[in-house]
Every structure is written in structure tokens, then in C-alpha cells.
Design a protein around this ligand. Structure first.
Ligand code: ADP
Ligand code: MG
Length: 277
């Protein structure tokens, strides 16, 4: 790692000096007021005690699994391949029929809502695979992202372009022609077009170089600074936990370890088994 890595000095995500010295406010919350003021004391978004799998008769993949993110925070889910991280994210987004457990958004039980209805409630989701339309231009991808909106989206699009300036340059290009890191920017930008209250990212840095990964993490921190909590799966476990307020280690569909990013990074068992010592 080079000396300019802003995540190395242990300041943690609550140090507001990292990415947004001018304070929050670039991505205004959905109209309708101060919706992020949760009625309860619970986390802003939680998939609680989730048990279930794919289809009606498929085996359970998730076993009493809980993942959550609080207001103003970044929560990171790590764990080996096949642990069920993506399945847990899909469950929170409403793509699985859970046998047990429930999903709460801002204190409201949304367990029975369709994914589309959850988007309307303020959830933004970037899946691990097929998260952009490769034959459409960058700008068309962003327009598609705003499909549920009936108001003027141009301001949000400018905000996305301010966050990811390369996308403004390439807005007329087919998204499939972009590099891996740029495609991930399109995918995140697309999700931001609905002005979500919470953003879920499944491996946003998959397949990119360490430098591009740092850059993407920087942008993700910047998004979180604007008041959008982020629930994210990452295979770059160490780097992700360094920017995490809360971390989950998932193994075989279960919560194996939960703590602050710092706690997990210093836990000898977590280090040995999941962080390469
Ligand atoms: N669409 C699907 N249908 C059936 N089983 C699936 C599906 N997607 C994933 N699985 C299974 O669920 C388990 C967890 O996969 P996944 O959630 O993708 O893990 P991770 O994201 O942690 O790598 C694996 O055993 C995988 O084979
Ligand atoms: Mg996955």
C-alpha cells in the first residue's frame, strides 16, 4: 500500500475530515422530509434473523443471519466464497422468500414488499453481477436507474457526474466499453439516481486494481458522508473493514463474528481465518 492511502491512519469512518470537509448535503434525501429520523432505536436497515434459501423447496442458505446498518454508517459483510453474503443481500432486497426473520427499514417492517416497492421506499441496491446495461450508454444507464421517478432527474445526474467525473466524459459511450472500475461507478451511480435513503453494494470493487479499489472506497465514503448509510459486501476484507463502522463475518450462512471494523481487524481469530494472519 502506498503512503497516500487515507484508510491507513486508523481515523475511522466517523472522522468527517476524510472526504467531505464541507459537510453533508450533496445527495439530498428523497423529498418528504427528514425521513432518516428513525422512529425506533434500531438500525436504519436490518435483515434480522434471516433463515431461508432459493425457491420453495431449496435448502436453507441463510441460518438465523442478521445484517444491519445504522444511520451515518458504513457496514461491511465479509466471509469466504459461498458463505451466503450475496444471498443475504438479496434477501434484504426482497429477492428471496425467507422462512424466518424480517426486514426493517427505518423501523417499518418491509418483509412482504417486492424489490420494486423497496426501491420506492428508499433502498438502492447494486447487485454483484449484471449491474449495468452494457449496450446502453452511461447516461442511459443513469436514466434507467431513475425509472421510478417522475420529477426532474437532471440535478441528481449532475451530482452523480460530480461524484464520478469520468462518467460525465464518457456519458455518450456504451457502458460495456468502460473499464471495470468505471463500470462499477456506473452501477453505483445508477443506484444513486433514485435518491436512495440507504445503499446496498455487493462487491463494488470486484475485479479492479488496488488503486482503483482505493478510489472507489473513497467515493463510497463520500456518498456515506452525504447521509446515505451503506451496507456493503466486500472480498477485500482488510481494506473494507478499515472503513467500516460495523463489520460482519459470515460463514456458511451464519454470523460468525460481528463488531466494529476495528474490533474485527484486531481479533486474532478473525485475522487468522479471514484476513491472512
Ligand atoms: N440463484 C441461486 N439458486 C440456488 N442456489 C444459489 C443461488 N445463488 C447462490 N446459491 C447458493 O447459495 C450459496 C451462497 O452463495 P452466495 O450467496 O452467492 O455466496 P457469497 O456471495 O458469500 O459468495 C452457495 O452454496 C450458492 O451455490
Ligand atoms: Mg457474492
Amino acid at each position: 500500500m502506498n503512503g497516500t492511502n487515507p484508510y491507513q491512519d486508523d481515523r475511522g469512518n466517523n472522522d468527517r475530515s476524510i472526504a467531505n470537509p464541507t459537510g453533508p448535503g450533496e445527495f439530498p434525501q428523497r423529498k418528504g422530509g427528514d425521513a432518516v429520523a428513525a422512529p425506533g432505536d434500531g438500525p436504519f436497515l436490518v435483515g434480522e434473523a434471516m433463515t431461508g434459501g432459493y425457491g420453495r423447496s431449496g435448502p436453507d442458505i441463510l441460518h438465523d443471519c442478521t445484517i444491519a446498518v445504522d444511520k451515518g454508517e458504513i457496514a461491511v459483510i465479509v466471509g469466504p466464497n459461498g458463505a451466503g453474503k450475496s444471498t443475504a443481500m438479496k434477501a434484504v432486497f426482497g429477492m428471496l422468500d425467507l422462512r424466518e426473520g424480517h426486514i426493517l427499514l427505518d423501523g417499518e417492517d418491509i418483509s412482504r414488499l417486492s424489490p420494486q416497492a423497496r426501491v420506492a421506499k428508499g433502498m438502492g441496491f447494486v447487485p454483484q453481477n449484471h449491474n449495468i446495461f452494457t449496450s446502453m450508454t452511461v447516461e442511459e444507464n443513469l436514466e434507467m436507474g431513475a425509472f421510478i421517478r417522475t420529477d426532474d432527474i437532471s440535478r441528481t445526474m449532475e451530482q452523480v457526474y460530480d461524484l464520478f467525473p469520468i462518467l460525465r466524459e464518457k456519458r455518450r459511450q456504451a457502458a460495456g466499453e468502460l473499464s471495470g472500475g468505471q463500470r462499477q461507478q456506473v452501477a453505483v451511480g445508477r443506484a444513486l439516481m433514485t435518491e436512495p435513503k440507504v445503499l446496498m453494494l455487493d462487491e463494488p470493487t470486484a475485479g479492479v486494481s488496488p488503486i482503483v479499489m482505493d478510489e472507489l472506497f473513497d467515493r463510497i465514503i463520500e456518498v456515506s458522508r452525504t447521509g446515505i448509510p451503506i451496507l456493503m459486501v466486500e472480498q477485500n476484507a482488510r481494506q473494507a473493514l478499515e472503513i467500516a463502522d460495523k463489520g460482519y463475518v459470515m460463514v456458511q450462512g451464519r454470523n460468525a463474528y460481528t463488531g466494529t471494523g476495528k474490533e474485527l481487524l484486531s481479533d486474532p481469530d478473525v485475522r487468522k481465518s479471514f484476513l491472512g494472519g
